[in-house]
Design a protein around this ligand. Structure first.
Ligand code: A2P
Length: 291
């Protein structure tokens, strides 16, 4: 690692080194070396979206290959020198040269209370072993891909929404994001608004992408929980799309345990079955990261 070597500072020598001093020099070199985390990656930018939400980008290990929608373990060192790691969905697409993450800030959360203070140039730990079920491979071919999330559950979809393969595989892609307040929708709103004009994939996105934000604790264009909008049919009516069918619709779910359970029940009521990497089917589910 280039950065690591640059952190090695030569120790000052007053006398020409003899054999004994040379040994001391080596020891000094180890002492003055700036501590570097295991599996360290450098932060390249940080964006604070609200008092409780932020995103950040880090360098990508050259060897890291992942599928859009997967997650990795990231974290920081605790005071006792042991790593404190949590699962975080990679929010950037698989082709991106950096990695992006989207996180809540929990004031007394063991990790996010500290992670929210990171700045450009800081280091985080990143274990380069991507896994996850919110991947295109875990779904059978279909016409429409629904992405349903609450809060930071939008992160894996931010990855998939920026992947050309998503639009190659589906005629329509729908991001339905429920948050308490309008401000909490900003990350997903900005991303979806920019995608049709994106110089790399804008043409592919075209008019395939639909964005359906809802808020539950502040008035907005679509008020209420997404679950209720599905039950009432409001989301289908507003978007001009048909009710889910096992032949045409695929659903990816990422939110709290309660949201996941409720959407899974709605999927199953329409005849959709749960898929996995080893056995693709009509819907897949993953719990959003919570500190
Ligand atoms: P609500 O305000 O009605 O609880 P949280 O901030 O608690 O993680 O919730 C994020 C968003 O997810 C909130 O808008 C919340 O709505 C919504 N939500 C929580 N549980 C469910 C559920 N079972 N079905 C649909 N939406 C849910």
């Amino acid at each position: 690692m280039k950065g690591r070597r640059e952190n090695l500072k030569p120790c000052s020598r007053k006398r020409p080194p003899n054999r004994l001093n040379a040994t001391k020099d080596i020891m000094n070199l180890q002492v003055v070396k700036t501590p570097t985390l295991p599996d360290a990656q450098s932060v390249t930018s940080v964006t604070h979206w609200t008092d409780t939400l932020f995103s950040f980008r880090v360098t990508r290990p050259q060897s890291l290959r992942f599928r859009s929608g997967e997650f990795v373990m990231i974290g920081l060192l605790k005071d006792d020198g042991k790593p404190l790691l949590r699962a975080y969905s990679i929010a950037s697409p698989s082709w991106d040269e950096e990695l992006e993450f989207y996180s809540i800030k929990v004031p007394d959360g063991p990790l996010t209370s500290r992670l929210q203070k990171i700045k450009k140039g800081d280091e985080i730990i990143l274990r380069p072993k991507p896994v996850g079920t919110l991947v295109l491979d875990a779904l059978l071919p279909g016409k429409r891909l629904w992405m349903i999330c609450t809060g930071t559950g939008v992160a894996p979809f931010a990855s998939l929404l920026r992947d050309p393969e998503t639009y190659e595989a589906y005629d329509q892609v729908i991001l339905a994001h429920t948050c308490r307040m309008k401000a909490e929708l900003a990350y997903g709103a900005e991303l979806t608004a920019a995608l049709p004009n994106d110089p790399l994939i804008g043409e592919l996105v075209g008019d395939k992408l639909h964005y359906y934000p809802t808020t539950t604790r502040e008035p907005s264009q679509n008020e209420g929980r997404i679950t209720d909008h599905i039950r009432s049919g409001q989301v289908f009516e507003t978007l001009g799309l048909p009710q889910w069918t096992p032949t045409e619709d695929r659903v990816m779910i990422c939110g709290s345990i309660a949201l996941n359970k409720d959407i899974m029940a709605l999927c199953e009521a329409q005849g959709l079955t749960e898929g996995a990497n080893s056995k693709p089917a009509e819907f897949v589910v993953e719990k959003a990261f919570v500190d």
